[in-house]
Every structure is written in structure tokens, then in C-alpha cells.
Design a protein around this ligand. Sequence first.
Ligand code: SAM
Ligand code: DTB
Ligand code: SF4
Length: 365
Amino acid sequence: MSITRHNWTKEEILDLYNKPLMELLYDAATIHREHHDPNTVQVSTLLSIKTGGCPEDCGYCPQAARYHTNVEGNDLMSVHQVKAQALRAKASGSSRVCMGAAWRNVKDGPEFDEVLEMVRTINKLDMEVCCTLGMITENQAHRLAEAGLYAYNHNLDSSEEYYKEVISTRGYQDRLDTIDNVRKTNVTVCSGGIIGMGEKSEDRAGMLVALSTLNPQPESVPINALVAVDGTPLEDQEPVSIWEMIRMVATTRIVMPETQVRLSAGRTEMSREGQAMCFFAGANSIFAGDKLLTTPNPDVNEDMEMFKLLGLNPQKPFIKKMQPETIEAADSQYEALGEKPKWTRPEHRIDRNEEAKLKAKEVLK
Ligand code: SAM
Ligand code: DTB
Ligand code: SF4
């Protein structure tokens, strides 16, 4: 049985990533079988509860207000709408709903109170609830935990070095601090990243060092292939090849044997054979539903056909960890503190982000 190590070095991880493919696949598949049922894949559905208009400058993101993309911004969805979508997701075989908001960080107030009510509502449907709302304080993490949150998604997205080439409105440490805040509760951590942003293999290894040296390691690690969206600074990035995705999944599996590795954005560009290789290499989770947050994802029926073809079964909820209890707002131990945390804003210049911003101004004139 392989043990979970928290001292992986970049060199060791690069050596794994660059191994002859058949050896890498064999090692990853062996470790996968020691820790997981290889025929079970966890299925999550994404729900964009607050779309677009984000103040951040993430170079990959179609929801950043400063770039000119075709994303239509929306106010926060209602609890009623969220419940209806969650029921649909459950009926189509999802065990988890992941609610995403285009926020830099959570602010205490009526909108966060609504999100807490959404968490309570979905947990009562006996589905795992995940949120990805940007940076959160320890108090906000406790309030989410009390509502019945199962997981919090907060990606490191790349190595610390390459992060600076992609985002200037916050720092890597802000991300790590939020993960730390989540770890002070019973909520599980979901954190991964994106490949195909122009980073080197060293950066991919660097991101895996940052994730695998967390103790405990994240319970889920999403590996996204960049969806290059028109109007974003990364619109012209070449798509990553499936071989890089397979290598990344396999390496992630080896360095984080117990985590659920999620084959995330980018599946519309992947063949069934390519995805099957990723499952063989240790991916055991996907996002299902015809939309990710704002971009397309394979049709649910086609995914279920693929599962049938490969003999895969959707994972039942709360297999890895017990269902959290939901505490009603009236019985809460934690009140809104109205804190004004000092998340950083390095604001170093990233030329391609500036160009995309100027181009957007021209288009909007
Ligand atoms: N605003 C919050 C944040 O940044 O943490 C939550 C939502 S944000 C859209 C969640 C994650 O989506 C990002 O960390 C990134 O990994 C992923 N993402 C966003 N745009 C993407 C794209 N074009 N391609 C692949 N992944 C993307
Ligand atoms: C994650 O790692 N990938 C998801 C989820 N966590 C929030 C988001 C992918 C977004 C892809 C671009 C879009 O649809 O806007
Ligand atoms: Fe905003 Fe998150 Fe998109 Fe960055 S990734 S622009 S923080 S929604």
C-alpha cells in the first residue's frame, strides 16, 4: 500500500511527469487501485449562482468584468431556483452540487445569508454541497460549515511563480490562507488548477508540490484544461494535448493517492478514448451537465453512455465522509462579524492582461 507523503519535491514530481508513458500509467493505475474502486467515478454538477462582473483580473476567466467576453452577468440566483437545479442534478445522477460565484471574496450581508440558505437547502436534499465563492475568513468558513457545507473549492491554479503571470489582483498566499481557514472547520478542501495557460512542466510540478505538501492533502483536486475564451488575455493559447492531461492526472494520482482527482474543464475537446485513459490514470471524478460555469460541457446523456461503455458507476454521496448536520440560521453559534480582511492586491503589471483590458474598452466604445 502506498503511503501519503507530504514532502514531494519539484524534481521528484517532474521525474514522474516525464516518465515513459506506459510506466507512468502503470504506477498511477496501481496506486489508484490501492486506494479507490477503479470503476466508481464521483459526479458533480456546477451551478453558477452569481455570474460575471468580477473585479479580479484572472487571465483565464471569462467572468472578469474588465475583459470583453460574451458572458452575460446575472445577480445572485434565488434559493428557489437553486433548489430546482439541484433536484435536476440529483435526478441525472450527480451526488454533488458545486455553487460558483464570480466574487473576489465573500462579504458578510444579505447575499452571503442567501448562500448559507442555499447550502442548507441542498444538504437537506442529501446531496454533497460545495461552494466556490473566492476568499473567505475563518468566521465565514465556520458559518458555511454550520449550514452543512461538504466541500469548499479554492484552486491554486498554477505554481506560485506562474500565478504572478496570470493574476495581479491577489497573491498565492491569499489562496493558501483561505484553504487554511477552511481547514479550521470540518468542511473538506477541493483545490487544483489549470493546465494550458502557457506554463512550463516545472510550473505544473510546482503546483503539485504546493497541493501535495498541504497536510492534510485536499480531498479533491480538479485538473482543468484551459478553456480559451475570446476576449480573455489567454484567448490565443493553444489547446493542451490529451497526452499532457493524462500525464498531469497520473502524476496527481501518484502524489495524492487518497484524493479524488477530477477531470474538470476541457472535456468537450477530449475523445472518449482520451477520457478513458485519464480514468485509467486515476481520475475518479467529473463535472457533469451541459454547462460548466459559463462554457459548454458534454451532454449528460453522452456522459452516461460513456460510463456504460467503460463500466463506470457514479459514486453515491457521503461515501468518503459523513453527511454534515445542518444548523438553522436561528440556532447558529456564529454571527456575521462584518470583518474587512486584508486580502492582498499586488497589482504588478501583466502586459497581456493590460492589452485585453484596452481591447475591451475599444470594443465597448
Ligand atoms: N471566483 C472564485 C475564485 O476565483 O476562486 C470562484 C469561481 S472561479 C471561476 C473557479 C475556478 O474556475 C478558477 O479557480 C479556475 O480554476 C476555473 N476556471 C475559470 N475560468 C476557467 C477557464 N477558462 N478554463 C479552465 N478553468 C477555469
Ligand atoms: C474547477 O476547478 N473548475 C470549475 C469549478 N472548479 C468551479 C470551473 C471551470 C470553469 C470553466 C470556465 C467557465 O465555464 O466559465
Ligand atoms: Fe473572478 Fe474567480 Fe473569474 Fe478570477 S476566476 S475573475 S476571481 S470569477
